[in-house]
Ligand binder design. Structure first.
Ligand code: ADE
Length: 230
């Protein structure tokens, strides 16, 4: 079974609508809808925004549903200069850009316990998602996605995240899911469509383009689920 997590209704509702044999359970106030999409057995949840909501949702999918992998879908702010609104980033690794114990000598982003800055995504799943994005005809690049409990809407913050982590996109959940999956040795992947460019225009661009971008990520993950990955 594959777990699929989005933060907002627009990031998961269109996917839930494609599910057959749907059963819903509510755990910790979050609805988990399990059933079949395409060729795959899935559980889909709207986690809510931010790292803690994402972490609770991923851990529940692992412990309660025994998922074989977790995929995070949705929208992000593009950082890599070639990215335009509507383009896609498939993560090959994720980082928590707001994790900061530099005052006691650690590198920026270092996570004590799992003792690393970057968490690697599953290559087989990420390759198939990349292939699915190309089949959808969307400009897609692969690189680091940075997550934090901040909606990035200032050039200065975007530049800091770009310089410190060479991040291609910023969002608020992917690395929390990566963190939980790394702790549990469960494969994970992150697919994001750009709703804005994580800059001074984001407060206007996000409300304008988030829904269309979210639809794109659902279209691509639906192509992926048609490939019969279990
Ligand atoms: N999700 C979409 N755009 C974002 C941004 N600019 N910052 C954080 N999360 C986002």
């Amino acid at each position: 079974m594959i777990g699929i997590i989005g933060a907002m209704a627009s990031e998961v509702d269109g996917l839930k609508a494609k599910m057959s044999d749907c059963k819903t359970e509510t755990i910790s106030g979050i609805d988990f809808c399990s059933g079949i999409i395409g060729e795959s057995e899935v559980v889909v949840a709207q986690a809510g925004v931010g790292k803690v909501n994402a972490a609770v949702t991923a851990q529940t999918m692992i412990l309660h549903y025994g998922v074989d992998a977790v995929i995070n879908i949705g929208v992000a702010g593009g950082i890599e200069p070639s990215l335009k609104i509507g383009d896609i980033v498939v993560a090959d690794r994720v980082v928590e850009h707001d994790m900061d114990t530099t005052a006691v000598g650690d590198e920026p982003g270092f996570i004590t316990g799992i003792d690393r800055v970057y968490m690697d995504c599953d290559k087989v799943i990420s390759d198939l998602i990349f292939e699915s994005a190309n089949e959808a005809g969307v400009h897609t690049i692969r690189g680091t996605i940075a997550s934090g409990d901040i909606f990035v809407a200032e050039d200065s913050v975007r530049n800091r995240i770009s310089e410190q982590f060479n991040a291609y996109a910023a969002e608020m959940e992917g690395a929390a899911i990566g963190h939980v999956c790394t702790m549990n040795k469960v494969p994970f992947a992150v697919l994001r469509a750009m709703s804005d460019c994580a800059n001074d225009d984001s407060h206007v661009d996000f409300p304008t383009f988030a829904e269309a971008a979210a639809k794109k990520s659902i279209e691509i993950i639906s192509i992926f689920l048609g490939k019969g990955v279990k």
